[in-house]
Design a protein around this ligand. Structure first.
Ligand SMILES: CC(C)=CCC/C(C)=C/CC/C(C)=C/COP(=O)(O)OP(=O)(O)O
Ligand SMILES: [Zn+2]
Length: 443
């Protein structure tokens, strides 16, 4: 390779520079305009977003036929976004959505991507979260929990993981969606949780993040899924949390938003997947401190032992992981179940104002809807996950989910404030509480 070839940029470098230049142009423009114009630029276009979302729930054009096996997802992305904005849909749309999802429910349990299709864990998660978000007895009672439990058991694999559907892939998404619905519907038991922790642990990579499957690359989407699932089953202390934090926080770059994996482009949806993982880690203070102090003690002991008998520090590190699972599991077993009440938040571990800036200035379309990055088109998926990330940012300093954030925590006018979410399930907190009352309190 001659010198010229070695100096020419790679395709990924060019893509990165293009995105940086588009983002910085927006920030430069923002910096040069008067404060009242800045305030307008930072305003969340609530009415336009509601308009874009409600239209999508009533009618979608022929281009959407590619999402025919994802119809409960469209319901979730849209209805959750509307709930985050503090609004709800009218009675007729509410009724029609419950009826539609009921037609997606398989007689043998689980929800399919559309009526007559095969049940799938991802669309089951989307349907359950939608019905919880809609709320009300009719919506909540429409979920056949006994049959759903049977579906989850059929998807369970001997290695601890779950399959997405019959003969489908086994991955960390499947673990999260199965555990999340079982947990929120109060049907989680030992048969479902058995060895899930081993499977997820086998997906934590040398970088510190979590991959979709053992041996793959760490990715924000799977990292959120793996971490949330580990919290829900009370085994989060088994992950190497200091490395996970380091990997996750360094995914926020100079564009102010998050990337999904090392050396890839910023994308608004990772405001939730990565921002959500960091928000969860922020609340695991005591587990992380315990891991760190145990690591220090162990490495002191390891050094001493190595000087005595030449045992390698790798072996000591392995023992540290083994020891952790025994010594901590009793203390932290309940952390998943009590998570929302234990809201012992520290200051955010990510730059919350910078992320809000990316979401409002780069991901928001002034005509409604949010997107991946400047130059891309709005869509319902990115609208949902950009708004979910924005909500996390706004409450990231709050010591308790019920205390409204201080104005300085909310970038732009205070009217930008969204509803708080439960960070493990990504449903609006108030709707989660109603579901808890229905599935746990009442039964
Ligand atoms: C609950 C549930 C079903 C969660 C799904 C989580 C999730 C978003 C997983 C990401 C999947 C993935 C490998 C995307 C990479 O896409 P890419 O290569 O186009 O994007 P990138 O360049 O940003 O990595
Ligand atoms: Zn995206």
């Amino acid at each position: 390779m001659d010198e010229t070839t070695s100096l020419s940029p790679t395709v990924s470098q060019r893509d990165q520079w293009m995105v940086e230049s588009q983002v910085f142009q927006i920030y430069q423009l923002f910096a040069t305009i008067p404060p009242n114009a800045q305030s307008l630029m930072l305003e969340l276009q609530r009415d336009k977003h509601i308009d874009f979302l409600t239209k999508g729930l009533r009618h979608l054009g022929p281009n959407f036929s590619v999402l025919d096996a994802n119809r409960p997802w469209l319901c979730y992305w849209i209805i959750h976004s509307i709930a985050l904005l503090g609004e709800s849909i009218d009675d007729e749309l509410h009724h029609n959505t419950v009826e539609f999802l009921n037609r997606c429910q398989d007689p043998n349990g689980g929800f399919a991507g559309g009526p007559g299709q095969m049940p799938h864990l991802a669309t089951t998660y989307a349907a359950v979260n939608t019905l919880i978000t809609l709320g009300g007895d009719k919506s909540l009672a429409s979920i056949n929990r006994d049959k759903l439990y049977g579906f989850l058991r059929r998807m369970k694999q001997p290695n601890g993981g779950f399959r997405m559907h019959v003969e489908g892939e086994i991955d960390v998404r499947a673990c999260y969606t199965a555990i999340s619905v079982a947990s929120v519907l109060n049907i989680l038991d030992e048969e479902l949780t058995q060895n899930v922790g081993d499977y997820i642990l086998s997906c934590q990579t040398y970088e510190g993040g979590i991959a979709g499957e053992p041996g793959s690359e760490a990715h924000g989407g799977y990292t959120f899924c793996g971490l949330a699932a580990m919290i829900l089953i009370g085994e989060v202390n088994r992950l190497d949390l200091p490395r996970l934090i380091e990997w996750a926080v360094f995914r926020q770059g100079k564009e102010c938003g998050f990337q999904g994996r090392t050396n890839k482009l910023v994308d608004g949806c990772y405001s939730f997947w990565q921002g959500g993982a960091v928000a969860l880690l922020q609340r695991l203070d005591s587990v992380i401190n315990k891991q760190m102090s145990e690591a220090l003690n162990i490495s002191d002991i390891a050094e001493e032992k190595e000087s005595l008998d030449g045992t390698s520090s790798d072996a000591a590190c392995y023992r540290w992981h083994e020891g952790m699972s025994e010594s901590c599991s009793a203390d932290f077993k309940n952390i998943g179940y009590n998570f929302i009440n234990e809201w012992r938040a520290k200051d955010p571990l990510f730059h919350s104002i910078a992320l809000q800036q990316y979401i409002l200035l780069c991901a928001q379309e002034q005509d409604g809807g949010l997107r991946d990055k400047p130059g891309k088109r709005r869509d319902h998926y990115h609208t949902c996950y950009c708004l979910s990330g924005l909500s996390l940012c706004q409450y990231s300093w709050s010591k308790h989910p019920d205390s409204p954030p201080l104005p300085k925590a909310v970038l732009g006018p205070y009217s930008n404030l969204l509803e708080p979410i439960h960070p493990l399930y990504n449903v609006v907190l108030e709707r989660y509480r109603e579901a808890q009352e229905f599935f746990v309190g009442g039964s």
